[in-house]
Design a binder for this molecule. Structure first.
Ligand code: NAP
Length: 427
């Protein structure tokens, strides 16, 4: 039996998907026994040229019409955003039609409502491409690892920022030059804010935390820091100390509940995430029984993302033919984020100070007064000024902040140049 596919959005991913569904139709039949027929393609501008040819009547600029079109068995949403894409996905699920989407923004913003609608109508919602592009991560977390007690998930889930940080580390590029190179290669948008501010990674962190821990932490409650303030000097100092700076999405189980955060972090060079370079993405999962898993690969781009979407389409089509859901029931309860001030990590702190006797003692005393213990200190003098690099043992955020505020107030300290968390290092 033929399964009728309706695709909303025919841009980078949607256009490539339509083309593959047409070009590889026979190959998909041969491999899966499923005959997938593109019966509607909805776009914003019907006059734009497309990388595929479809019969008359297939193109439309009315995506919501796909919901009630009896020829359409499953809907693929590749418009993006939370506007009409949200109306389409919610409408289709309520109507009992399976939906495939790559839209992390939508899943992060409205995940629980979408799963509730899917559950109520007995429809499938598949979103493998929403996190990590071509890397299988949604299925491993929600199916293969469903019985695992996951302790922590660390992700490099934004290729643009990883490319920028890699260029800064490997080639000594400035932030501005690395960003311009990312834009030149099409990794970064003309307005790169969503990537460099950590907003895109925050959507993915929300989804990863939900699937890993069954806890839905509102994206707005996720602590977020971007990479805009990272200086080449800190990347160099980090390298000297044996670390690489990465933008990490972190979801972890703590004594106070689930913590979800996105921020630059120093990762030891021997950690598997340290070797993830360029636009590559990776998700590192620590489980109580399974141990450590690394899933890595292309996190975006036409080919990899389309492969993930096509896999979801094939899965959803199997459900259509079987008159059954193919996705597991997703049980994710709303939860409060763990108190951020109590989250403990090691810290790297760069201080610009006056180079005179007693300075280090004053700094050490301020750390000690706030219960932050120092692991190592390194000082590099430059005339009457010096750079002091402090790495602490694990200390809660609140204590580190209080200590750094006290240090900033010392008259021998000219500037607190940088404060980074050190992730995934022994105590
Ligand atoms: N690009 C990637 O590497 C990547 C990776 C992972 C996930 N994703 C996700 O995949 C989704 C699609 O991304 P993309 O890069 O393919 O976006 P895109 O190139 O901007 O394509 C968006 C498509 O949506 C259509 N559209 C916009 N408004 C519409 C409306 N009101 N009605 C009907 N169609 C409308 C556009 O029509 P026109 O063509 O007529 O303008 C275009 O075809 C997003 O959720 C994105 O986050 C993308």
């Amino acid at each position: 039996m033929t399964v009728g596919i309706g695709i909303a959005g025919a841009g980078t991913i949607g256009g490539a998907l339509v083309r593959r569904l047409i070009d590889e139709r026979a190959a998909v039949v041969a491999k899966t026994g499923l005959d997938l027929e593109v019966r509607a393609v909805a776009v914003g501008d019907l006059a734009k040229p497309r990388p595929f040819t479809v019969p008359d009547g297939v193109m439309t600029d009315r995506p919501l019409d796909l919901i009630d079109d009896p020829r359409i068995d499953l809907i693929v949403e590749l418009i993006g955003g939370t506007g009409i894409a949200g109306d389409l996905v919610m409408g289709a699920l309520r109507a009992g039609k399976p939906v495939v989407t790559a839209n992390k923004e939508l899943v992060a913003a409205r995940g629980p409502a979408l799963w509730a609608a899917a559950e109520a109508a007995g429809a499938d919602l598949l979103f493998e491409a929403a996190v990590g592009g071509g890397i299988p991560i949604i299925r491993p977390l929600s199916e293969t690892l469903a019985g695992e007690r996951i302790v922590r998930v660390l992700g490099i889930v934004n290729g643009t920022t990883n490319y920028i940080l890699s260029r800064m580390a490997d080639d000594g590029a400035t932030y501005a030059d690395a960003l311009a190179a990312a834009q030149g290669l099409g990794y970064a948008e003309p307005d790169p804010t969503a990537d460099v501010s950590g907003a895109d990674a925050t959507s993915k962190a929300t989804i990863l935390a939900g699937l890993a821990f069954g806890a839905w932490i509102d994206s707005a409650a996720v602590h977020r820091e971007g990479i805009e303030g990272i200086r080449r000097a800190d990347i160099g100092f980090a390298a000297d100390l044996g670390y690489v700076i990465k933008l990490l999405a972190v979801a972890e189980r703590t004594a106070d509940g689930v913590s979800v955060r996105v921020h630059p972090a120093m990762v030891p060079v021997r950690h598997p995430l340290a070797s993830i370079r360029g636009a590559t993405n990776a998700v590192f999962i620590e489980g109580g029984a399974v141990g450590e898993l690394l899933l890595a690969g292309p996190g975006a781009g036409r080919g990899p993302t389309t492969t993930a979407v096509l896999g979801d389409v094939i899965d959803a089509a199997r459900g259509v033919l079987a008159h059954a859901r193919v996705t597991p029931r997703i049980k994710i309860e709303p939860a409060d984020a763990a108190d951020f001030g109590s989250i403990a990590t090691k810290w790297y702190i760069r201080l610009e100070v006056e180079d005179r006797p007693g300075v280090l003692a004053a700094i050490a005393a301020a750390f000690g007064d706030h219960g932050v213990s120092i692991k190592s200190v390194r000082q590099e003098g430059r005339g009457d000024r010096a750079t002091v690099l402090v790495v602490t043992h694990r200390a809660p955020e609140a204590r580190q902040r209080a200590a750094v505020a006290a240090i900033a107030g010392l008259d021998v300290v000219a500037e607190v140049g940088a404060v980074f968390r050190v992730e995934s290092d022994e105590a």
